[in-house]
Design a binder for this molecule. Structure first.
Ligand SMILES: [Zn+2]
Length: 62
């Protein structure tokens, strides 16, 4: 009845490239995809629009 344990094995797909994820990098397939996803996250975070008035005087150093 050990075969039943295989049913609980779920293959997750890498959210970045849709390849089967690899245990060391779950839920990603590789460290590269993990970093890619992290990069996307930070990209989103930093892309949060900050409302800055555009009529700030441009101060050029010098
Ligand atoms: Zn991937």
């Amino acid at each position: 009845m050990n075969s039943q344990s295989f049913d609980s094995l779920q293959i997750e797909l890498c959210p970045v490239c849709d390849k089967p994820s690899q245990p060391p990098f779950q839920p990603f397939c590789s460290s590269r995809c993990k970093l890619t996803d992290l990069g996307n996250w930070f990209g989103e975070v930093y892309r949060v629009p900050v409302e800055e008035p555009e009529n700030l005087p441009e101060e050029e150093s010098e």
